[in-house]
Design a binder for this molecule. Structure first.
Ligand code: HEC
Length: 127
């Protein structure tokens, strides 16, 4: 009986964890930028390592509205090709940040599976 209770508790707990993870897979661009991109930039500034930035940036075009995708892809592809992903921030922000904020601040985005959890990974890596 005790064993059964423990297994039940375990199932309940893992269910909660999975549900929690799923829920946090959706966010908005602002929070994504704060949790993921800013963290990757901090890591780069501290260590000179661009791995996280290079992994994140290619996912950006998928996060915005249809009409902006091609241009966002151009911006991130170019910065990666130049080996300077950190340059994309200002380029894109100058062009898109103000309007995006005004029009789509609350728009929901889904964090792509490939990079989901990278925020935790970066925090654990200790920057
Ligand atoms: C291709 C476009 C694009 C690129 C590249 C990009 N951002 Fe952003 N970023 C945005 C947009 C759009 C917003 C506004 C989102 C909102 O407020 O709804 C934003 C918002 C932010 C915010 C939230 C705070 C603020 O200033 O409003 C941070 C922090 C941020 N970006 C960091 C970065 C960093 C660091 C980089 C470079 C490594 C970067 N971003 C690259 C589009 C981009």
């Amino acid at each position: 009986m005790k064993k059964l209770l423990i297994s039940l508790l375990f199932i309940l707990l893992s269910g909660t964890i999975i549900a929690g993870k799923k829920a946090s897979a959706t966010t908005n661009l602002h929070d994504f930028m704060e949790d993921y991109t800013k963290e990757a930039m901090k890591h780069f500034k501290k260590t000179g390592d661009r791995t996280y930035l290079n992994r994140l940036l290619p996912e950006f075009p998928a996060l915005t509205i249809e009409e902006q995708r091609t241009d966002w892809k151009k911006i991130v592809d170019q910065s990666i090709a130049e080996g300077k992903p950190e340059k994309s921030c200002k380029t894109c922000h100058d062009l898109y940040k103000k309007d995006y904020k005004k029009l789509y601040r609350k728009r929901e985005i889904r964090i792509p599976e490939k990079i989901f959890g990278m925020d935790e990974e970066m925090r654990k890596a200790g920057k």
